[in-house]
Design a protein around this ligand. Structure first.
Ligand code: BYC
Length: 472
């Protein structure tokens, strides 16, 4: 296996597709279906070309090539990180055994399920972002949207490769279904809740790429630990691409906060809506929404699924190899959140059952770093307002808090109090309509919309006013 990617193939790859004619034919059969899905459900805005990065190598250095390409001609392909010789399973009951190059029969259904769930999120996000190009705040942002979209498309390819290569007819059927379910569809919705929500405007896009893509980072991080080596290697390379998506989110929110702070100072009012900015309270409500629907993506705090995946070696913990325990966890107990007699409390449960909670906590700590950054921008501008993450029980539909009303401060309240507080805590129709009213496309080179600051850096050393996109 080499790390360079063969672009002379119909499907660029580094998995020696030509060596497996059946698999190659099956994937070449799926390719036109992917292309029609992209044409129908992918970005609506027509472009001549976009300054995009394409993977040319999976090694550590210089893996990406940047150029203007026609989006339709983007070379989606199959890229796995290099195989580590003698990789061993790091956790669970098979700890120490060689990693699997094939799927063991007894874990087939569970592995397939994990791959399908992961695969389902990738096209879902493209569908959610379909219309955003029509209202991009600058050519730089428009380019980033396309970059995120083509790479999510490639991540779908990554999961479809695994389904075709290792799961036979059922895998091929599942790969077809990934193109049939659609975000928000009443008949065949996407599997996980957050991927059926709308990403209606660019503030939502930045929040999504900050909070929801970050769930992707953590879930891919746990699948990278998998004993099933092809899954591990594909996730490792996906994580490399994913870093850019989170940069788009982090700096996107930075720039909105920076611009709002400027307007607050300039006009000496928090009510900056009439001056073309997004009020900080509205930013907080968007944050509350996107953070909490993303918390739901971690599943229940107590999960036998998670315990079984771990014991079997299918899905590890975040940075499994850095943990200093026995990597089996059979005799450990952990404290997790619960609600007892209507009050927030904690209970001790077997550690294996608490793995979703463990991953969620890693994620929350990471989310805090963004909030700190944004608050530094506010502090530097001499503004007293602070953004914050709401309590993990707030606005939850999955897990121990589902069915309760918990305020952002962590008070369990009755329905009436919840309904009264809701317009202060979650985006209202007025907020959404107002933010939508700011979403005018700015396609002129070097220009930017009123509601966010320009980025500090361009892409690949290019300036902000580079012609990142040529519209048709
Ligand atoms: N919505 O034991 P439980 C990304 C289901 S994002 C609907 O509590 P488990 C990306 C669950 O399936 C990362 N259903 O949870 C980001 C189960 O159903 P079954 C995506 C839900 O299984 C941005 C039942 O409830 N990757 O990459 O331990 C852009 C009980 O489940 C939800 C993954 O998620 C929900 N939110 O954990 C693009 C990794 N939560 O099986 C891409 C793969 C739970 O009883 N998936 N359910 O019918 C997994 O590891 C796990 O399936 C989950 C759930 C973490 C999602």
């Amino acid at each position: 296996m080499t790390s360079s990617i063969d672009y002379t193939e119909k499907i660029p790859n580094n998995v020696d597709l030509t060596g497996d004619r059946r698999l190659q034919r099956a994937l070449e059969g799926w390719q036109p279906k992917f292309m029609s899905w992209w044409a129908e459900m992918g970005p609506t805005l027509a472009t001549n070309d976009v300054y995009l990065r394409t993977a040319v190598n999976v090694g550590r250095e210089g893996w990406a090539h940047f150029d203007h390409v026609r989006v339709k001609e983007y070379r989606w392909g199959i890229f796995l990180a290099e195989r580590e010789s003698d990789r061993r399973i790091a956790f669970g009951e098979h700890q120490g055994e060689p990693a699997w190059q094939q799927v063991p029969g007894e874990y087939r259904a569970d592995l397939q399920r994990l791959i399908v769930v992961q695969g389902d999120t990738e096209p879902a996000s493209v569908e959610q972002q379909k219309l955003l190009g029509l209202s991009a705040p600058s050519l730089y942002d428009l380019r980033n949207l396309f970059q995120v979209n083509v790479e999510e498309g490639r991540h779908l390819w990554a999961m479809v490769y695994l389904l075709h290569a290792f799961f036979g007819r059922e895998g091929r059927e599942q790969a077809e279904d990934l193109l049939i379910r659609n975000s928000g569809s009443p008949d065949s919705p996407r599997i996980l809740g957050a991927f059926n929500e709308q990403t209606a405007d660019w503030l939502a896009f930045f929040m999504f790429t900050y909070f929801t893509d970050r769930d992707g980072k953590y879930q891919l991080g746990t699948l990278k630990e998998s004993a099933f080596d092809p899954l591990s290697r594909t996730c490792e390379f996906m994580l490399k691409e994913e870093a850019h998506h989170m940069m788009v989110g982090t700096t996107g929110v930075d720039r909105v906060v920076e611009r709002s702070a400027q307007l607050v100072r300039e006009h000496e009012t928090m009510d900056i809506g009439p001056h073309g900015g997004i009020p900080l309270e509205v930013i907080q409500r968007y944050l509350n929404f996107h953070y909490t629907v993303s918390l739901d993506l971690f599943g229940s705090e107590q999960s036998t699924n998670a315990a079984n995946y771990y014991t079997a070696g299918l899905k590890g913990r975040w940075r499994e190899e850095r943990r200093t325990d026995d990597h089996r966890l059979a005799d450990h107990g952990w404290r997790i959140d619960c609600i007892t007699d209507g009050e927030l409390a904690e209970e001790e449960v077997p550690a294996l059952l608490a793995l979703n909670h463990d991953l969620r906590n890693e994620y929350i700590a990471d989310c805090e770093t963004g909030v700190k950054r944004w608050n530094r921008i506010l502090a530097d501008a001499g503004i007293g307002f602070r953004l914050r993450l709401p309590h993990p029980g707030f606005n939850r539909r999955v897990g121990v808090y589902a069915g309760y009303h918990v305020t952002p401060d962590g008070q369990v309240v009755d329905e009436h109090t919840w309904e009264r507080g809701r317009p202060h805590w979650l985006p209202t129709d007025v907020d959404l309509t107002f933010v939508a009213s700011l979403m005018h496309p700015v396609y002129e080179r070097g220009k930017i919309a009123s509601w966010l600051a320009p980025p500090r850096n361009g892409i690949n050393g290019k300036p902000f006013d580079y012609e990142y996109v040529h519209l048709s």
